[in-house]
Design a protein around this ligand. Structure first.
Ligand code: SF4
Ligand code: SF4
Length: 466
């Protein structure tokens, strides 16, 4: 802790002297890029951007609107370190370079992605690791159970309002606590969040607290007016799309016409130039659609994808047979790695932390110390380290697929729950000795939800395990 503090103070001192700080950054960049076997000039460009962005003369963006009074008591979690420029940008650049190296991301595509300021600031802002569900830490609030669709894989039983939902005031109090913890990425989800009348009031409130906000939606209710509002508040749109074949999408989403409606919603987002992200739930039923969806997203300029390895929980418990087996799962990871080389967007698998282990293994990396170091940037399973999934009634889960309440925001402070979450142990997971000895454990850890629900062990990295 003492050493970290000294290092931090030194960086702060350096930053006060730009003529030293930027050459220092450049040197660090070259060292890093050599270590990662990346053309150092690519990294240097990132540093030049860093300079432009952090120079006072160029700062007009609200993201750099330094505020007093954000400092709160913490318990070792000091996310503020990565909250603002310059370290936010430096961290983002390092992460993205690492990601590009690991996945073989097409350099031109990567540069196009990174050059867009909105991407660098929006995706992963204020976070310290790439993990399952993208970033660590972040908070997702399932603000309602109501939904206009009936997706067969819905983990939340969307459509059935079975909870006493947090009120608008309780929602604002939740947002206050999230901001006070120094967590920056906040997602409104459901059910269908656009069914809540107070959604935009809460979005405005979250933005006033400087949170980076997304809504996770089925996309069918995004009219042009809704897209304009999302644009006004700089909200990222996370939209579920399970097939380019309308019959397949509608069949999975449980409502005829859902495909046409979601495509209209996506087009409205594109027209308003929103940060657009697609969620795909990968099952045996739509496996052949995944590549088509990625290609469609690439055409319209999507910035990121989550590809969910279907976890049979909630309503999805009734269609267990759709879950991917070992062969399909490996094929999915290969597909993601292949498509990542082609497209501009970032593709992150969910409920598949084995992806990172698999990518490192394919890179020929086995050294435990190096993998341990990379574990600072790639965190694998997020369930015990950085996710708070808030149910409509205020229960807090470690992951949307692990139905174990770790506390309730109506009864106690989020900081207490957060501390409890960080010591969360999944009993079924702890039985998995396969992962205990694995050299990739720091960047993976296995999916605790899958282990809990169906003891699914489909790791392609250590195939000798049962
Ligand atoms: S339990 Fe599985 S789905 Fe949940 S955060 Fe961990 S890897 Fe992701
Ligand atoms: S053995 Fe466990 S920790 Fe290792 S790669 Fe496989 S799932 Fe991940």
């Amino acid at each position: 802790m003492g050493n970290k503090l000294i290092a931090w103070i030194r960086i702060q001192e350096l930053y006060k002297h730009p003529t030293i700080f930027y050459p220092f950054l450049l040197g660090t960049a070259i060292t890093w890029s050599e270590a990662m076997m990346i053309d150092w000039r690519v990294f240097a460009i990132s540093i030049v951007i860093t300079y432009l962005l952090t120079n006072e003369a160029f700062i007009s963006n609200e993201y750099f609107d330094y505020e007093e009074g954000m400092e709160m008591e913490k318990f070792g979690l000091r996310m503020k370190l990565f909250y603002d420029a310059p370290l936010l940008i430096v961290k983002q650049a390092v992460m993205i370079m690492l990601y590009a190296w690991l996945t073989g991301w097409n350099k031109r595509a990567f540069l196009r992605w990174a050059m867009r300021l909105q991407n660098l600031l929006h995706a992963g802002a204020g976070t310290k690791q790439i993990c399952c569900f993208g970033v660590n830490p972040h908070v997702v609030w399932e603000m309602t159970g109501r939904c206009n669709l009936r997706c067969v894989h819905c983990h939340a039983f969307g459509g059935e309002a079975k909870y006493s939902e947090l009120t608008t005031e309780e929602g604002k109090a939740l947002i206050d606590q999230v901001a006070a913890l120094g967590i920056r990425t906040f997602v409104f989800t459901g059910g269908e969040p656009l069914l809540r009348n107070d959604l935009f009031e809460l979005i405005a409130y979250a933005r006033s607290k400087r949170l980076t906000v997304y809504i996770a939606t089925n996309g069918t209710l995004i009219t042009r007016e809704v897209a304009k509002l999302l644009s006004r508040y700089k909200v990222g749109a996370v939209i579920g799309l399970d097939g380019m074949n309308p019959e397949i999408h509608d069949g999975i989403r449980g409502v005829k016409g859902a495909y046409d409606a979601v495509i209209r919603g996506i087009e409205n987002c594109v027209a308003e130039n929103l940060y657009l992200h697609l969620n795909i739930v990968a099952t045996r039923r739509n496996f052949d659609e995944i590549e088509r969806i990625i290609d469609y997203g690439s055409e319209i300029g999507v910035y990121s994808y989550f590809i969910y390895n279907f976890v049979p929980i909630g309503r999805g418990g009734a269609i267990r047979e759709y879950a991917l087996g070992r062969e399909n799962f490996k094929a999915l990871l290969d597909l993601i790695l292949r498509k990542q080389r082609e497209v501009r967007a970032i593709i992150i698998p969910v409920a598949a932390p084995e992806y990172w282990a698999y990518a490192l293994q394919r890179r020929g990396l086995h050294d435990r110390r190096l993998i341990g170091f990379l574990g600072h940037f790639i965190g694998g399973c997020l369930a015990d380290k950085g996710m708070m999934y808030i149910k409509p009634n205020g229960d807090v889960w470690a992951c949307p697929f692990i139905p174990v309440p770790m506390g309730n925001v109506r009864e106690e402070g989020l900081d207490k729950i957060w501390r409890r979450l960080s010591s969360f142990k999944c009993e079924s997971a702890s039985e998995r000795s396969q992962c205990d000895d694995c050299e990739y454990r720091r960047v993976c850890g296995g999916c605790k939800a899958r282990m809990m629900i169906d003891h699914s062990y489909i790791c392609p990295v250590h195939v000798h395990h049962p």
